[in-house]
Ligand binder design. Structure first.
Ligand code: NAD
Length: 467
């Protein structure tokens, strides 16, 4: 599996570290730089809080419903802060806050049911469910609140306590979320800790942590798993993706172009399950390239707080450098920029929305994860070749098939080796669905009742029918 060049590590910590507005490239705030040793006391407190939190499922559900309401009520503060540090348009930050509240409410409504075990023997056996202890939640910078809630909501609903570490690129909205939740949850049930590495490594390998739930890049996931192995903590890893969109011969290009464009470019392409490659039949190829390029050339790019903006900056300087590298390499290898192809000459971390045609199939922008506003479009002659290419990168998060004959599209989608496949859209997730990647895209299952069970352990009681 080829990847785009690795990202440099952010600068070393002090007592506080700086937070940069990606729309200007300038520092606008600071966040506490916790030392790795401070994790010991936080985990000890999370452990102490676990006893009370796990005891009463009804009180827990009520507290989580209150937490969801509190997040909604704080939306007017959370959303602009999220936009400021992450870069996304304000409307998308508002949607992220709403989704965060929805997810907390969803998990507040789930309760694991005991289940009788029947195998024909005259024994009354039952599986019940127990919480497991303090959970470490480590998340990246693309959806700081939404991804945090995907971890802490099921963990808390299961009766565990959580220490949550956001990315040092986006610590602020998560800290605010932590204080909003601290006002309604018992003390130390959810703690937010911010700082630079090795803070996350210390948390992931801490002997008091019983489950490490991580979202981020695959190499970091491997390091997290190695760290968690030292204490034999459970590990859930949601890693990168390189989702393909396959257009079929009967795809109506004009009708799907908007949806396809946004499936690739939403959040400036910084979505684990964005469309990261498009495969179009040779007959439609130039129409597809032009439809996407036309949208890339005309979409309004700007600061997320500007109401006209549809596409914000890349979140951080190392990621922008990575996107530039991938793009420059593809162009040097013979690709053609049908739109964009370069960073924008303005302050901040802006890259022109880029559509690449005639890309060599082994270019890193195709085989790796660009995680930015750059989309390669590749032609195919035989559908089998497109399916094989879609399945051929080692990643397996999502995929989509686009066509007019829905049965045919679904038959092709069924051949994708990934966790979620869509027909005629991409990356829309249900709160109730299992979320899991195949191959290098992850380990374990999040989302829905499966996400709750990922934070529980089975406890079985056998008792005879008679004494
Ligand atoms: P990253 O792996 O660099 O960082 C993720 C988190 O891990 C951050 O909080 C970071 O500070 C922390 N971290 C870094 N080194 C660590 C270590 N040694 N031990 C413990 N924690 C450590 O990822 P990123 O650049 O922040 O995010 C982008 C990546 O996340 C992309 O690959 C993207 O596909 C992936 N992602 C996946 C999903 C998913 O659900 N599958 C969702 C969003 C993003």
């Amino acid at each position: 599996m080829t990847t785009c060049p690795p990202r440099p590590v952010p600068a070393a910590p002090g007592q506080h570290f700086t937070v940069v507005d990606p729309a200007t490239g300038e520092t606008f705030a600071q966040a506490p730089a916790r030392r790795p040793e401070e994790v010991d006391a936080l985990v000890a407190r999370a452990h102490a809080a676990w006893r009370g939190w796990r005891a009463d499922p009804a009180a827990r559900a009520a507290a989580l419903r209150e937490a969801a309401d509190a997040v909604e009520a704080a939306g007017a503060d959370l959303a602009p802060l999220l936009t400021r540090e992450q870069g996304k348009p304000l409307a998308e930050s508002r949607a992220e806050v709403a989704r965060t509240a929805d997810r907390i409410r969803y998990f507040a409504g789930l309760r694991p049911e005991p289940r009788p075990l029947v195998d024909g023997r005259p024994v009354r056996s039952e599986v019940r469910w127990r919480s497991i202890g303090p959970v470490a939640a480590i998340v990246p910078w693309n959806f700081p609140l939404q991804l945090a809630s995907a971890k802490f909501a099921p963990a808390l609903a299961a009766g565990n306590t959580v220490v949550l570490k956001p990315s040092p690129f986006t610590p602020l909205a998560t800290r605010l979320l932590g204080s909003v939740l601290a006002a309604v949850l018992p003390e130390d049930v959810l703690t937010v800790v911010t700082g630079h590495e090795p803070l996350g490594a210390r948390l992931a390998s801490h002997p008091g942590i019983r489950h490490v739930t991580f979202t981020g890049a695959a190499p970091t996931g491997r390091a997290v798993a190695r760290g968690a192995a030292s204490s034999l903590a459970r590990v859930t890893l949601e890693l990168g993706g390189n989702d393909a969109a396959i257009l079929l011969e009967d795809a109506a290009v004009d009708r799907i172009a908007d949806r396809l464009f946004w499936a690739a470019f939403r959040n400036c392409g910084q979505v684990c399950m964005a469309v990261k490659r498009v495969y179009a039949p040779a007959r439609l190829y130039s129409d597809v390239v032009e439809a996407l390029a036309q949208r890339a050339r005309t979409v309004v790019v700007g600061a997320g707080l500007d109401p006209a903006t549809r596409l914000g900056p890349v979140n951080n300087a190392p990621q922008l450098a990575r996107v530039e590298d991938c793009t420059a390499r593809a162009l040097a290898e013979g690709a053609r920029a049908a739109a964009g192809g370069h960073r924008l000459d303005r302050p901040g971390y802006f890259h022109a929305p880029t559509v690449l045609a005639d890309v060599p199939p082994d270019s890193p922008v195709v085989t790796g994860e660009q995680f930015g506003p750059v989309l390669p479009v590749l032609p195919y002659r035989k559908l089998d070749e497109a399916v094989e290419a879609a399945n051929g990168t080692g990643f397996g998060l999502g995929g989509s098939v686009w066509g007019t004959d829905l049965d045919r599209a679904e038959a092709v989608a069924d051949r994708l080796e990934c966790g979620t496949a869509w027909i005629n859209h991409h990356a829309e997730l249900s709160l109730a669905q299992p979320f899991a990647g195949a191959g290098q895209s992850g380990v374990g299952v999040a989302g829905g009742p499966w996400g709750l069970h990922g934070n529980l352990r089975p406890f079985v009681v056998h008792r005879p029918e008679e004494t």
